[in-house]
Ligand binder design. Structure first.
Ligand code: CA
Length: 227
């Protein structure tokens, strides 16, 4: 596997450089941005594996950056905060961050958190199959089976199922799924996702009639129900 790419968004140069050095020593590739409003343009060109996101940033507040990212991407985000009050905001607002770290921190602690989040969110990174809810998805053969029977998925259905199966119980908005399945700049309709989900459910139900593996959250999106 290639070195995971970590994006550091931090306006204090000393901290940013320290983090970058530690990440690189620990086997990661790291990029630094020093403004909140340069994150979205960066993400149009790059796909980092994790983002360390400071909250107090020039250009755009880290909270707003996080919300913007969540409109189209499930990339792991660790918020970095200097103030205890901000922790309540991070948790209370449910802005979609995966973890947070308080300043001052030890670089060692940051590395441990980065590792933990990557491990938690990408448990199948190096594996070829994902198994959940009685369904087995093989990334190499692109075959998905339930109870040993082939589901005969279309490429889009396969990509969609792969995204939600890789993150059981995480709710994905239609927007996020459109972008994950069709690519970032795809100008598609959210309805496309609804029809893919409908077909997926039908195909799964034809083999596992009692399994409710794909859940819908009203007004939010879809998730894969873990057993
Ligand atoms: Ca700052």
């Amino acid at each position: 596997m290639a070195m995971p790419h970590i994006l550091i968004v931090e306006d204090e140069e000393k901290i940013a450089t320290l983090l970058k050095d530690y990440l690189e020593k620990s086997g990661y590739r790291a990029s630094i941005l020093d403004r909140g409003d340069s994150v979205m343009p960066f993400l149009k060109q790059h796909a980092p594996d994790l983002i360390l996101l400071d909250i107090m940033l020039p250009g755009m507040d880290g909270m707003d950056v996080c919300r913007e990212i969540r409109k189209f991407s499930g990339v792991p985000i660790i918020m970095v905060t200097a103030r205890v009050e901000e922790i309540d905001r991070i948790i209370g607002l449910e802005i979609g961050a995966d973890d947070y770290i308080c300043k001052p921190f030890s670089p060692r602690e940051v590395i441990a958190r980065v590792r933990a989040v990557l491990r938690r969110l990408n448990p199948v990174r190096d594996e070829k199959t994902i198994t959940a809810g009685g369904i087995e998805l093989n990334e190499e053969t692109r075959q998905v089976t339930a109870g040993g029977k082939d589901l005969n998925l279309t490429p889009n259905e396969f990509r969609l199922l792969k995204v939600i199966m890789a993150h059981p119980n995480r709710v994905f908005s239609r927007n996020e799924l459109v972008n994950q399945v069709q690519g970032y700049d795809y100008e598609g309709y959210d309805r496309t996702i609804d029809s893919h989900i409908k077909n997926l459910r039908k195909k799964i139900a034809s083999i596992l009639p009692d399994a409710e593996v794909i859940g819908s959250i009203y007004g939010e999106g879809y998730k894969f129900n873990a057993d």
